[in-house]
Design a protein around this ligand. Structure first.
Ligand SMILES: [Zn+2]
Length: 315
């Protein structure tokens, strides 16, 4: 069962799923003023973006904007109603840079209860429940409050069965996040790491995958960091090591200039409309059979999200 903004659905109905995207977000004022490109708060544009993704073959997506990043779950609900797209909303928090001192005055139990309410009752008076719990850490560092948020997220996960999503800054601190999650008794089969491929170190990626966690190859199309071939080779190395069942895909397009609906590019539809075929051709170029590459894509976009976002029983 997958928890979407329009209610719980069977995993089979999701279809092609991008596992880290943004449709509506308004980051804190200090950041919005400094970098207005990050403000994506136009509901009509969100509908256009989601409809284009759906027309390209998309069935579902995880919208990874948390409360401290200015999410709009009521808006996501309207996008889902308008387009028929299955949208999974985000509970928990992003990272210390965004939540600042907002959680300082909350007790550990208050933090856990807050996150639990977002996934079991309602998120932001939207009439919806979130279907994934986020936490995050800084670049090569975990602050005290970030650790408290990880523990609260882990406890809310164990009581609700809602999967976990860890933001890693430039791909760092995944193993340290894992240590805290293990200390909280989390089964890492319900954990997914974001942005790890910003650090496309095959040894490191394999160490994380060996814990059973999902790895979201997000940032697809962002060749400002490195060529697409680096990302594709990192993905294929994970597959060669036996972890094709743990790879997820996402664009993590969070800027107006990234989104088709704001006259930017390439838009959320890009992974399906363009990248998927490029991945197949790249795999063939690396010596694989076309059918094998297509089967891998099906894993990343359909089978793996279905297992990752599935709500497990509480434990
Ligand atoms: Zn993101």
């Amino acid at each position: 069962m997958i928890r979407t903004v329009l209610g719980d659905v069977e995993p089979e109905v999701l279809g092609i799923t991008c596992s880290h995207e943004h449709l509506l977000a308004r980051p804190p004022d200090w950041m919005a003023e400094r970098d207005p490109d990050l403000v994506i708060d136009d509901l009509a544009a969100g509908v256009v973006e989601a409809a284009a993704y759906k027309a390209a073959g998309g069935g579902a997506l995880y919208e990874a904007s948390a409360i401290d990043y200015g999410r709009n779950v009521a808006g996501l609900r309207r996008i889902a109603e308008a387009t028929g797209l299955h949208i999974i909303a985000c509970a928990g928090f992003n990272k210390g840079l965004w939540f600042g001192n907002q959680v300082e005055s909350w007790s550990d139990n208050e933090l856990t209860d807050h996150v639990l309410r977002e996934v079991t009752e309602e998120v932001d008076a939207s009439g919806c429940r979130a279907g994934c719990i986020k936490f995050g850490t800084g670049y090569n560092r975990i602050s005290r409050d970030e650790e408290r948020v990880i523990r609260a997220a882990a406890r809310a996960h164990r009581r609700s069965g809602i999967p976990l999503h860890g933001h890693t800054e430039t791909g760092t601190m995944a193993l340290e996040q894992i240590e805290i999650l293990r200390d909280e008794g989390v089964d890492l089969a319900h954990m997914g790491f974001a942005h790890l491929l910003r650090n496309p170190d095959p040894f490191y990626l394999e160490e994380v995958a060996r814990t059973g966690a999902f790895i979201c190859a997000d940032g697809i199309s962002k060749v400002k960091y490195f060529p697409e071939s680096v990302r594709m080779d990192a993905i294929l190395a994970l597959c060669d090591a036996g972890f094709a069942g743990q790879v997820l895909l996402g664009g993590d397009l969070a800027r107006r200039s990234d989104l088709y609906s704001y006259d930017g590019g390439p838009g959320i539809k890009f992974i399906i409309s363009t990248w998927a075929e490029r991945f197949v051709r790249f795999s063939v170029w690396r010596g694989r059979e076309r059918e094998e590459a297509e089967a891998l894509l099906h894993n990343f976009l359909v089978d793996n999200p279905k297992r990752y976002f599935d709500v497990c029983s509480a434990y």
